[in-house]
Ligand binder design. Structure first.
Ligand code: 8YV
Length: 315
């Protein structure tokens, strides 16, 4: 059987590229200088798209591939895929859930600890000689025993909350409904009320049009000058303008962010703020998880082209 042609939207590590090329004819969209011309040339042969969570597949890309049958996303979030266009044409969509959950939760908790204990500044304090010349490092805020809010108690939110329980934190969460697996954690339906009773607010929601800017001015104000916002989901869940304003005025204490509007470029206002920890969207970025994600991307594509059930379909 001849190899199916696929469109590869972004780069993968070499350990994924070799098996991808062995199983498919992968047309590398990300290497094309003129994207529109490239799509016009290869689009008619393309039966599958392999993409990444943050890159997705937009309406123009989907429209340029009239034979498209399946889109396989390297990531749990598929908000950047035009699902309406897929539904309209019966195109299947898959993602990579579960395999990344624990690493994403680990990084979220690490970001909270790092920011609350001022570990970046502490490192510089040692390296630049301040310890010897200025003396003791300024005191920071504790984490254990304090109040945590988890906005979105799905797979990742649940693993975050489990870890926070290990720090004896008081845990509350918001979701569309109370979860039976959340015994001992308080359900607070309203995100503003959740923020008001949190020292640390974790954003772990799957992004969609419905969750856009769910963390807006009011949630940020409720979290307040002593509060910390941690985002390991998608930038669109937060009103970034309102967040920047609050960080600049001190209306919000601090933030720890792994995702940004327009990433990898980000609003330069972030760069001059001392009260924000900036991370390059790498919550799932471990060798172990990324290998499992790459395998699942290929497993979904192969299953589709061999007529087997898709391992992790979302559509
Ligand atoms: C990845 C992600 O960083 O899972 C997601 O939705 O955004 C991340 O795991 C990304 O997809 C890798 O390109």
């Amino acid at each position: 059987m001849s190899k199916p042609h696929i469109l590869q939207v972004g780069p993968y590590p070499e350990w994924d590229q070799a098996p991808l090329d062995a199983a498919f004819v992968a047309h590398r969209y990300f290497e094309a200088a003129d994207k529109a011309t490239f799509l016009a040339e290869v689009g008619p042969q393309v039966r599958g798209i392999a993409t990444r969570g943050e890159l997705g597949a937009n309406a123009a890309m989907i429209a340029a591939c009239p034979q498209l049958e399946v889109i396989s996303v390297y990531g749990v979030g598929y908000d950047a895929v035009d699902l309406e266009a897929c539904r309209a044409r019966g195109i299947r969509v898959t993602n990579t859930p579960d395999v990344l959950t624990n690493d994403v939760a680990d990084l979220g908790v690490a970001m909270m600890l790092m920011q609350s204990r001022g570990m970046l500044g502490a490192e510089s304090w040692v390296r630049d000689g301040s310890w010897a010349t200025k003396g003791l490092y300024p005191l920071k805020r504790r984490v254990w025993g304090r109040r945590a809010g988890v906005l979105g108690l799905g797979r990742i939110g649940y693993e975050v909350a489990k870890r926070l329980a290990g720090f004896d934190m008081q845990i509350a969460y918001s979701d569309v409904s109370p979860k039976d697996y959340a015994a001992g954690w308080d359900f607070v339906a309203d995100p503003v009320a959740l923020a008001a009773r949190s020292d640390f607010l974790f954003v772990t929601l799957a992004a969609s049009a419905a969750t856009r800017h769910i963390v807006g001015k009011e949630v940020i104000a409720a979290l307040g000058p002593e509060g910390m916002l941690i985002n390991i989901s998608r930038a669109s869940n937060i009103d970034e303008g309102a967040l920047l304003d609050a960080l600049e005025t001190g209306a919000l204490g601090s933030a720890a962010l792994d995702v940004f509007e327009g990433e990898p470029k980000l609003n330069p206002r972030f760069l001059s703020l001392p009260n924000v920890l900036l991370q390059p969207h790498h919550a799932s970025g471990t060798v172990e998880t990324r290998k499992a994600m790459g395998q699942l991307v290929r497993d979904n594509l192969s299953a589709h082209f061999e007529g087997r059930p898709l391992p992790t379909p979302v559509l």
